[in-house]
Design a protein. Sequence first.
Length: 464
Amino acid sequence: MNLLIVAKQGALTTTARNASGMSDTIGYRAWPRAGANAESFASRELKAMKYLSGFFNRGLLGAALLLLAVQASAQAGAQPRAQAGAQSPQSSAAKAWQKFDSLPPVVGLDGKRHSATCSGFPGTDKKFSFWARRTGSKNTVVYFEGGGACWDNLTCSFPMSTAVPPEVPQFFMPSIPADTDPATFDGIFKTDNPANPMRGWNMVYIPYCTGDLHTGSTTKRYFNVGNTALPLPSTFPIEHRGFDNFMVVLDWMKKNMDAPRKVVVTGSSAGGYGATANFPWVRRAWPLAQTYVIADASQGVTTPAFDTGNPGRNSWNMQLAPWVFGDNPSLIAGAELMRVAAQGQPRARMAQFTTALDAVQISFYGVMKQFYGPGGNCPDPTVDWYQQMSATLQSYATNTPNYRYFLAAGNYHTLLRSPQFYSESSPGISFNTWTANMLAGGGTGAGAWDNSACETCLIPLPCP
């Protein structure tokens, strides 16, 4: 199915043309406003990209559903998974989180001046804040939040918002939702769960509101391409300042936290890229700490035109640690970011998690393939994404000794803030146990930290 996005009479129309040449209109349902029952960023991201589900065409479904069906058969009898990022109550002792805002400008580890801000998308709150939980532990978690991305007039004109009707696409989180509270999240944030290998650790939670994978340091002006659901001027600036925000938080960490023995730098979706790109700065701040990186649902399958383009990834003025990534970030393909990081920091332990048919990652890749193509060899974006993802995982596993992957069955997106952190075991080991093995040093037998995939997750998927 080919996706066509056009501005028609001032309104954005999204049409998917299926294999028989007929048109389908793709939509999604809006989520509730901020509050006790508000959904997580992973759920919001999935709904925001639901209109791109037209990429799962009739021809593709024969291949993709076959893979899913085989996986489902292999997992028969497994407990139903809770929704990714679902919130759950915790004891009062687990809620010792502090929120920090009104942050002053700092001179970062890069020697430059940085100020914290969200995107400044018209009508949104620009104030940036972050959360920290200090327990007195010798170990620390630094978590980068996810929430889409924007890089051109189309993607930056359509932020995630509760104020738009169902037929309008949404690409990125422009501000920090008022109900954000790490104490309410599950997964690694379930600090009273004895199965959580990081339950007693210090934690820093870095929100995401800049559309740049936590790597940007620029102000970019975009044209409104026809979002009549929001009161936009004809042009508007976006503060792609994710790297600046990180520098401000890192400065606070150095001044207010003891240097840890172990530090896990991690994140989900866009935050997984933030963790991969920014962990060298954490190592520079705490050079004696054993460093671990866990990138959740951020495989880096992109197109060359997106990686090198402006508009494209170069819209953000990406700031990557030059002693690891070199002086020109556009020379590093999306899928190579993890490899270059792992090989440049061989004493760090690096890991990636993804499901075999992650619907959100595939949807974003579909946009890149449509507008920044051609991408890989297969015209179908889902098969193309799967082929590149699986080939990259296996290549890394062969050539990068400090890297491991965990490839799960299904098409859900992210698990670090979800009960699935504990329940996901389609490769034959639960993800929390696999993570504990990583932190314990790996080894052999029951305590081994190995590349892990569900039985059918690496089967070849032919191009339809």
